[in-house]
Design a protein around this ligand. Structure first.
Ligand code: PMP
Length: 351
């Protein structure tokens, strides 16, 4: 095998998932709520009627149309679906894989931008944020000028720092970028602002969203909206039937009950503010502002606190090793009210 599998793949680490059985699982920005039982029963009945012997067909076009409506897709745009936005990131990378192509994103940021670029043989340039986790605009503009990137990713809000960027900085980067700019709005259900107007104004801006944080992480539906000619090309790379019949129907059902998910998102935003208040009262903890369903917080010793919380049955993410700017930082996903109480008790006991 050694000679068959690419050397760079043999030396890399795969995407790590922490074991979480029996724990308060607040490590991966999932929505902690299920639909009410009567709706889950209805969904089960709908899924039972599906023809699983057939390849997925037109239902995914219905889902595309419903998501386009849900996202208020502008005129002149089209939408494509991915098996999670992770798949869309891979397809975009593949589409932009011309000799010498570069991908730029701020760091710390979502790991898949870099991983996908490097696996595909594109150059990845990560531009460090400021120590307040803002975009370093001069550094971003300098990197764009020097590397003329095919793709710029701006996660808005960002993961793991959870903040929205300064809008004038985002607009300046978009103006300067010679290739595509992907506004990754995975956390849009929890954010005060979005990039719909940017998508309307700029032909080279793409909007990437997902149903994962909305409440369907297990269903794996991401979507990409952009000008028709761009989506047409990227969509050619999509594996045939990438959205399963089951996933498609579950997503359509969710869109029929969008009010339930909106209520959940409102609760998550209110819980986020409550947790921020608790964290601000702890003298040893520095929480950073959040427009997502997670809070980044600095503690005196993130490894010890992470382990202490884990021993108390609460699983958060220690992101300190990801980037030097994240020294002693934990990323805490907003859970149910009960989970959040357990989290704060475990945190206080583990500091
Ligand atoms: N973008 C960002 C910024 C993320 O944080 C994540 C997942 N945590 C994704 C995209 C991928 O989401 P999914 O594949 O579940 O749609």
């Amino acid at each position: 095998m050694k000679k068959v599998i690419r050397q760079d793949i043999q030396s890399m680490h795969g995407y790590a998932v922490q074991p979480s059985a029996g724990m308060v699982k607040i490590d991966t920005m999932e929505n902690p709520f299920l639909l009410p039982a009567h709706l889950r029963k209805q969904l089960g009945e709908r899924l039972a009627e599906l023809a699983l012997n057939r390849y997925p067909a037109e239902r995914s076009d219905v889902l595309r149309a419903e998501l386009a409506k849900h996202a208020l897709m502008p005129e002149g745009c089209d939408i494509m679906l991915g098996n999670g936005s992770d798949e869309l990131i891979s397809l975009l990378t593949l589409a932009c894989d011309v000799p010498g192509a570069t991908v730029i994103a701020p760091l710390p940021g979502f790991v898949m931008y870099q991983m996908s670029a490097e696996l595909q043989g594109l150059k990845f340039v990560g531009v460090p944020l400021t120590d307040r986790f803002e975009l370093d605009l001069p550094a971003m503009l300098a990197a764009v000028k020097e590397h003329q990137p095919s793709l710029v990713y701006l996660a808005y809000p960002n993961n793991p720092t959870a903040n929205l960027w300064n809008d004038a900085a985002v607009d300046a980067i978009i103006e300067a970028a010679p290739g595509l700019v992907v506004m990754d709005e995975a956390y849009q259900p929890f954010a005060a602002r979005d990039s719909l107007e940017r998508l309307k104004r700029h032909e080279h801006v793409l909007l990437m969203r997902t149903m994962s944080k909305f409440g369907l992480a297990g269903v794996r539906i991401g979507y990409l909206i952009g000008r028709k000619p761009i989506i047409k090309e990227v969509d050619k790379l999509r594996p045939p039937f990438n959205i399963s019949v089951l996933n498609c129907e579950a997503a359509l059902f969710a869109l029929e009950h969008v009010d339930e998910y909106a209520k959940q998102a409102a609760t998550i935003r209110a819980e986020r503010e409550k947790i921020q208040g608790w964290l601000r009262e702890l003298p040893d903890v520095t929480p950073f502002t959040s427009d997502a369903n997670m809070i980044l917080a600095r503690v005196p010793d993130s490894k010890a606190t992470f382990e202490g919380m884990k021993a108390r049955g609460v699983l958060v993410k220690n992101v300190a090793f990801v980037h030097p700017l994240l020294k002693n930082c934990l990323r805490i996903t907003v859970g149910t009210p009960d989970e959040n109480l357990k989290m704060i008790d475990a945190l206080k006991a583990s500091l």
